[in-house]
Design a protein around this ligand. Sequence first.
Ligand code: FMN
Length: 172
Amino acid sequence: MATLIAYFSRTDENYVGGSIRELKVGNTARVAEMIQKLTGADMFWMEMAKPYARTYNECINEAQKDQKADARPELTSYPESIDGYETIYLGYPNYWGTMPMAVFTFLEHFDFSGKTIRPFCTHEGSGLGSSVQDIRKTCPDANVESGLAVHGSRIDASKGDVEDWIKSVQSK
Ligand SMILES: Cc1cc2nc3c(=O)[nH]c(=O)nc-3n(C[C@H](O)[C@H](O)[C@H](O)COP(=O)(O)O)c2cc1C
């Protein structure tokens, strides 16, 4: 059975190691690419129909508003089906202690019963936060594994951690 890497990631301004920087490729996208090289899995990027603002400060306000409203922002597209996938690597940045609300939109779009979800998250200090519990609540019949947290400002040094994680989950 095939494997899918489904991830949310944002380019534009972001907060990296204490300062605001313009990212050409988002941190989570970079981890997704590492996982793709190691697994050969299919990739899907969750693109918001109305993306958050380019500027960091506006983006955090918009994202926090969506979280407080328990919103389900629309995505521009979805994989046609996830029936053929047994394992899904699910990637996202930590937004206010959990996943961006668009990832909830994605999870609620499909039936993940019986599938294995391997979460991976990039963050600036909060690790996975409550995201793994939130995925378990949203997909109660999936096998949701414990997940990998990668510090966004240390992406370049994280290749070995990603490789070790893939080896350990694949040997289960
Ligand atoms: C709206 C927003 C909220 C965030 N909230 C948190 C947070 O609560 N804890 C944390 O450690 N990092 C937080 N961050 C930092 C991101 O998780 C981090 O920069 C991540 O690597 C961004 O991934 P991306 O480049 O793939 O979008 C936040 C960033 C944004 C834009």
